[in-house]
Design a protein around this ligand. Structure first.
Ligand code: T5A
Length: 208
């Protein structure tokens, strides 16, 4: 049996991660692997409670936000990700630690060093094997989610905040190009699906 893998999906708001997740599930079905789908912040009961605080508090200091992201991540890793991987089940997570580099390190301008420190402390060896970055200009992504109704606390941030996030993701993907597949998420849903399928076909030998 091949090693269970942790696959993560990243991108700015409205990039189409949830839509991409469905394509990834179909690919893994065709590879005949067992997997679970989960998300951050959240993915298990305590982490979901922290998600509510993160997304719907009126105000949070940037450092509190960082600490809560990693607190929820720790519950998620200890209670969901590690046990699944240990029993040979692949994990697909809609966002993971790279989101903290992009949003808290880049968007909130806390810098990458403190995120790296938390990454070593909380995530340790439970690193993603493959990360799909849904790359999109923030204006397009935000336009897509506009019709969804009331924006959460983070979605209400300035366009400059989202530009810093996009740039931070692109920098990380460039630095760790072996782990990343960068998908042009501004294209049609059909074209995005094809690009994701190609990216997985390229990685199949490494992952399986
Ligand atoms: N966060 C998270 C941090 O700050 N730090 C962290 O460490 C972590 C883990 C999570 C928030 O928390 C932050 C980031 C986020 O702000 P969330 O609700 O999970 O909040 O938000 P998102 O993950 O951003 O989810 P979204 O639903 O906003 O975006 P998706 O999932 O990328 O987009 P999706 O698939 O729902 O698509 C949005 C719309 O666009 C359409 C879809 O049909 C949908 O209507 N669409 C397309 N339209 C045209 N062309 C395409 N190619 C399309 N693809 C999708």
């Amino acid at each position: 049996m091949s090693k269970a893998r942790l696959i993560t999906l990243e991108g700015s708001e409205g990039a189409g991660k949830t839509t991409a997740l469905k394509t990834i599930c179909k690919i893994l079905d065709s590879w005949d692997v067992d997997y679970i789908c989960t998300r951050e912040p959240g993915g298990e009961p305590t982490a979901e409670k922290i998600r509510d605080i993160l997304l719907f508090s009126e105000h949070l200091h940037a450092k509190t936000e960082l600490l809560l992201m990693f607190a929820s991540r720790n519950e998620h890793i200890q209670n969901v990700i590690k046990p699944a991987l240990a029993q040979g089940t692949w994990v697909i997570s809609d966002r993971y630690v790279d989101a903290s580099y992009a949003y808290q390190g880049g968007g909130r301008e806390l810098g990458f060093d403190i995120v790296k420190w938390m990454d070593l402390f909380i995530v340790g060896e439970v690193q993603a094997d493959f990360t799909v970055l849904m790359d999109i200009e923030p204006e397009i992504g935000l336009q897509r989610i506009k019709s969804r109704g009331q924006a959460d606390r983070i979605e209400q941030e300035s366009i400059e905040f989202f530009h810093r996030i996009t740039q931070a993701y692109r920098n990380k993907a460039q630095l760790e190009s072996n782990r990343y597949a960068v998908i042009d998420a501004s294209r049609s849903i059909k074209q995005v699906k094809v690009a994701i399928k190609l990216a997985f076909a390229d990685k199949k030998d490494v992952l399986l």
